[in-house]
Design a protein around this ligand. Structure first.
Ligand SMILES: Cc1cc2nc3c(=O)[nH]c(=O)nc-3n(C[C@H](O)[C@H](O)[C@H](O)COP(=O)(O)O)c2cc1C
Length: 366
């Protein structure tokens, strides 16, 4: 199959991409004190030189006392961190690339392996990491309002730093997802409720505030997942109707692109159709979507953390789905973490030069 279609440009609002390939957001923890340095800028610049269409940065945390459990995760607040990001953006633009930060609050997720402790207790809708597992405090109304404002400030600061778009991290069991999930949101006020539409109100408020902060023409991407790191089998939407109730208000609030996180992009979302999550999100909302999950590799990423190695895999099934219009963009994680030239090699048909992935690659920022 020809890969040429993946190398068609993409345009939405003020965002212009040279191709459909996106670097997936990947936490690297190489930003001491939360400040991304010259090595981080170089790392993203190398992916721009390697012809990645859009780089999504690693998760970068908002201005809340316990938005992070790891001091080496970059921040998107404070003069030093914002200056570090401005330089990374310049480096990427200088190489002809486009870049968006992934804006993150970890929520009530538990301690990091480093043992570092944030200056305030972790916070979430109900202080739960998973059903019956309290690790932090339930957010007050004032905490919620301040957090929404901090997301909006981060987006405005990202735009001012020169980023081309922003992505909100609403997936994988972190703060925004903790509001979505009934397992971690047991609130009885307007931020909770029995339905996914009710539990989406926090995310809707965040998206609205971000839209207000960045204006109409700036692209807002929202990353979502059915699965949680706390429970791979968790599902927020058990049917297309529930998915519509979940995504419709988010699209209405201002999401331009849904980034639909799966561990394996080829897995069907609902019985009776082989459409994946990105395919359903596009069909139900009419918005552009990004697919992700084991593109170009034989194994998935959670197993990779456990030490499983992956080898290069065919892109035929990805192309089949892309060509029938299932999604607009394709995010690639580990293959690009391990090889800054992955996109260029794919474009030029240098298949014998593609590498597998092993977790040893995580030790270095190259
Ligand atoms: C080292 C590493 C760090 C990651 N950090 C993040 C993150 O900060 N935010 C996020 O949304 N996903 C994160 N992910 C998930 C990736 O964005 C991606 O969804 C996942 O790796 C599947 O894509 P792949 O199979 O191409 O690697 C991370 C994955 C890896 C391997």
């Amino acid at each position: 199959m020809s890969l040429d279609t993946l190398f068609q440009p993409f345009a939405l609002k003020s965002l212009r991409l040279k191709n459909r390939l996106v670097m997936a957001p990947m936490t690297r923890s190489f930003s001491p004190g939360g400040v991304p340095g010259a090595d981080v800028a170089r790392y993203y610049q190398r992916r721009a030189e390697g012809e990645v269409g859009l780089i999504l940065t690693e998760g970068t945390v908002i201005d809340r006392p316990a938005s992070s459990n790891d001091p080496a995760v970059p921040r998107i607040h404070g003069a030093a961190a914002l200056e570090g990001w401005r330089r990374a953006v310049q480096a990427v633009h200088g190489a002809g690339g486009r870049i968006a930060p992934q804006i993150w609050h970890m929520g009530a997720i538990g301690p990091h392996a480093s043992g570092w402790v944030a200056p305030a207790p972790q916070e979430g809708p109900s202080g739960l990491r998973a059903p019956g597992e309290p690790v932090g405090v339930a957010m007050s109304e004032a905490d919620i309002e301040a957090t929404i404002a901090a997301f909006a400030r981060a987006a405005a600061d990202a735009k001012a730093a020169g980023f081309d778009a922003i992505e909100l991290h609403g997936a994988h069991g972190y703060l925004i997802d903790q509001f979505f999930w009934s397992g971690t949101n047991t609130r009885a006020d307007r931020w909770g409720g029995a339905t996914i539409a009710e539990r989406s109100r926090f995310a809707v408020a965040v998206v609205r505030a971000v839209r207000q902060a960045v204006g109409e023409d700036f692209v807002i991407i929202l990353r979502l997942s059915q699965w949680k790191q706390q429970d791979f089998s968790a599902r927020l939407a058990a049917s297309p109707a529930e998915m519509e109730a979940w995504l419709g208000p988010l699209a209405e609030a201002g999401v331009d692109i849904f980034h639909c996180s799966q561990r394996r992009f080829w897995e069907a979302e609902f019985d009776g159709s082989d459409l994946n999550f990105a395919g359903w999100a596009k069909k139900l909302t009419g918005r552009a979507t990004i697919t992700v999950g084991s593109v170009g590799l034989s194994g998935e990423f959670i197993a990779a953390f456990g030490g499983e190695t992956s080898s290069p895999a065919s892109l035929d099934e990805l192309l089949r789905r892309y060509e029938r219009g299932e999604f607009d963009l394709v995010a690639v994680g580990r293959a690009l973490l391990g090889d800054a030239d992955w996109v260029r090699k794919v474009r030029d048909g240098r298949r014998d030069e593609l590498r597998g992935f092993s977790r040893a690659a995580l030790a270095e920022l190259v």
